[in-house]
Ligand binder design. Structure first.
Ligand SMILES: [Zn+2]
Length: 473
């Protein structure tokens, strides 16, 4: 008896040939069906055999092909001839089902080239299987549409658009580019798009135009981060313009100390403060730029309403003297062009936690890029095992309501607020109306109801960072 190297009971292995790289396994169907595939009659007569080559999982580090000695039958009832059906073989491809599944899973972890090499298939075939696998995953995982959406940018070979759920710190999609058409198309097809109330973004007009076209009721907010960093850019411009006047040694010194200029004054240690003081005294324009940068940050720290913010900005703008006005030109233009959306921030501040996480992710993503197509990277980010977040986070920028208030609302029959889990309520209160407390019959009802299907908020940004940093993604 031949040992069944395949571990596929549906096949009898007749013989195995082995080379340095390959197994060639000769087999036939072990329990052939003896009914006609057309009419169902069982009066079949043999009509020859035909060898079919079926690819299977690599085994013991070698590529494996099964040479199936497939029977041909002729039906005596209807006269049709047909090949016997091969069990556990993928209907679309000359491969075992398990190979197709394995390639799909592997395609999120490895490059197509390395999978092609291990299986003896070409990269195009691997890519096609990958696409089918992604389509299955898209159908399986439906991410909740965020109330607070982020539209950001990430550089993977070229700039791509990242769609996120700000309150939950998750990514819900990545788009191949950042064109208006692509973003419009994405938003238009988004299920539950009317749930989106706020969209935070960078100052990139295709994003704004797309949101205004498809989500006219959503409020657009420019996150603080994208604005204040332009004040740092202005300081950099002044620093670079000084280089002409400096000796090579001074130039190196200023290059070395550039981080001091970009830091907030309150974060400087004694030595750094001394360095800053030196540069500011020697180069008054640099000093002026630094003061204006600090002043610009203060707008964000001091103003608690759009009105206060615009008043503070106007005062700041008046203080921008001609000597450095050119360096601050981009910031001033941006503030003018995007003013209503920038001011929206002062009513609806986006969490810094989200911005920081996303920036960290962007930083580590560079390690991920090599050898992968955008589609594969997107799939890794969105669908890798263990990245999904199922719990709704409490927004960090809203005042936390008291637990008993949440409870009182629930008891009144309003149902539990969706972020009730963060108030320490037991899970059985989650997602259903809690009975009135005086209704003892209802209260005595054991919490045995079916758990509702788990919501999926997308790929958790912090988990992604951990997985990428530890080389698991
Ligand atoms: Zn028949």
């Amino acid at each position: 008896m031949t040992v069944n190297i395949l571990n596929l009971p549906d096949f009898n292995v007749q013989r195995v040939e082995e080379t340095d790289r390959d197994y060639h396994v000769y087999a036939e169907v072990s329990a052939p069906s003896r009914v006609c595939s057309t009419c169902g009659a069982d009066r079949l007569i043999g009509h020859g055999r035909n060898e079919q080559v079926i690819r299977d999982l690599p085994t013991h580090g070698k590529r494996l092909a099964i040479y199936v000695d497939t029977r041909r039958w002729r039906c005596q009832s209807c006269g049709k001839t047909f090949m016997e059906a091969l069990p556990t073989i993928n209907a679309k491809r000359e491969m075992t089902d398990r190979l197709v599944k394995w390639i799909g899973q592997q395609s999120l972890k490895r490059t197509f080239a390395s999978i092609a090499d291990d299986t003896g298939l070409d990269e195009k075939t691997i890519r096609n299987i990958f696409r089918d696998y992604i389509n299955d995953l898209e159908a399986e995982f439906r991410f909740e549409t965020p109330k607070w959406m982020g539209i950001d940018e990430i550089h993977l070979i070229k700039p791509r658009c990242v769609i996120s759920n700000i309150r939950n710190n998750t990514i819900i999609d990545m788009l191949p580019n950042r064109d208006k058409k692509t973003v419009v198309n994405y938003l238009y097809n988004l299920q539950g798009k009317s749930d989106v109330q706020y969209v935070a973004m960078d100052m990139w007009s295709p994003y704004r135009d797309a949101v205004m076209t498809v989500l006219p009721d959503a409020r657009i907010i420019i996150d603080k981060f994208h604005v204040v960093r332009m004040a740092n850019d202005a300081v950099e411009k002044v620093r670079k313009s000084l280089r002409e006047q400096l000796t090579p040694k001074q130039r190196r010194g200023l290059m070395h100390d550039k981080f001091v200029l970009l830091k907030r004054e309150r974060d400087l240690n004694e030595k750094e403060a001394l360095l800053l003081d030196g540069w500011m005294k020697n180069y008054p324009d640099l000093g002026t730029a630094y003061r204006l940068k600090e002043g610009f940050y203060t707008i964000y720290e001091g103003a608690d309403s759009p009105e206060a913010a615009i008043a503070a900005y106007d005062a700041w703008n008046k203080a921008v003297v001609p000597e450095v006005r050119g360096a601050f030109g981009d910031l001033i233009r941006a503030f003018t062009n995007w003013q209503p959306f920038i001011l929206n921030y002062f009513e609806h501040p986006v969490t810094n936690a989200y911005t920081e996480s996303l920036n960290n992710l962007i930083r580590v993503m560079n390690r991920l890029g090599r050898g992968y197509s955008f589609e594969a990277l997107r799939a890794k980010i969105l669908f890798s095992e263990g990245v999904h977040k199922h719990k709704l986070s409490r927004p960090k920028f809203e005042r936390r309501r008291e637990p008993d208030l949440a409870m009182a609302r629930a008891v009144k029959g309003y149902g539990v607020p969706e972020d009730a889990m963060d108030y320490g309520l037991p899970p059985e209160y989650f997602g259903k109306v809690v009975p009135m407390p005086e209704n003892s019959a209802a209260r005595a009802e054991p919490p045995h109801k079916q758990p509702r299907p788990l919501k999926n908020y997308g790929a958790d940004i912090n988990t992604l960072i951990e997985l990428i940093e530890s080389g698991q993604l």
